[in-house]
Ligand binder design. Sequence first.
Ligand code: NAP
Length: 307
Amino acid sequence: MAVLYEKVALIGLGLIAGSLAHAIRRGGLANTISGYARSAETREIAREISLCDDVCDNVADTVKDADLVILCVPVGVMGVVAEEMKPHLKRGAIVSDVGSVKAAVIASVAPHIPEDVHFIPAHPLAGTEHSGPHSGFAELFDDRWCILVPVENTNTDVLTQYVNFWKAVGSNVEIMDAEHHDLTLAVTSHVPHLIAYTMVGVADDLGRVTDKEVINFSAAGFRDFTRIAASDPTMWRDVFLNNKEATLDILGRFTEELFDLQKAIRGGDGDYLHKYFTRTRAIRRDILDAGQDTDVPNFGRNLTKES
Ligand code: NAP
């Protein structure tokens, strides 16, 4: 594949930045990758594993002469980092981000983008429960969606080139506005994470079922909640604080449906439950047909290894 950007700068060196670095190298999409993370410890690990060509000790050196700068830090600090890098950006560069929330990130970053720099917010819908510089891998974005949320008056040639960048790291690309993105993600990701956090919290609080029982018998469904609930606490705190409205909207609807199901169980309304579960089963089929999960039993886990 051809070089799309001479120098790409990654701010934050965790799961997403690390995966980007590997995918950029896999595709030969840049001649130089520079990187920066807040702590000296993360920067040192990144150097040891050669995550980037150049791990810098400050934001200014990292973004200097970069054609593409991608903010891969938690949503809550995007604005602060953007402010810090503002005086050092190259004319004509693209600034992007990978934040899980879009309206709040645009509000905090856009004021720090110079007039001669393009800003194209993005969100790759790809992740794992792991974080840190060791956690990235080149295939993370393969066949996953990346949503681009261009701001007003984005140059179409620059946008097309950036769409091609995400396709080259393996993603399918969709363009969306920020509000719609935030509502969609509240349904597909943010509220499901909150429910998983709650269920694991409930199990932890429950006196009548022992911790040992919860752990030993978790394969009956709970285990999948624990995987989601093991996600990075800083990242998810910031997601909820910055996608308040959509999260509370969907959570309200969720609570209403939960009450209906509770009523059906209490009243012995088997028809209601059966119809409900039949509808939800069809959604699973649609996800499989779209190639967004595996049909292998038990999500493809190797049971002999795990049990
Ligand atoms: P991560 O593995 O925890 O990495 C975050 C990185 O940001 C770390 O290297 C951290 O440095 C650095 N950082 C934090 N504050 C900073 C600051 N003020 N200045 C410079 N660096 C700073 O997180 P991640 O999973 O890659 O997530 C990064 C972004 O991607 C988040 O906005 C998240 O919403 C989004 N995202 C995540 C996923 C997912 O599933 N994980 C999926 C899609 C999008 P230290 O190590 O030194 O603290």
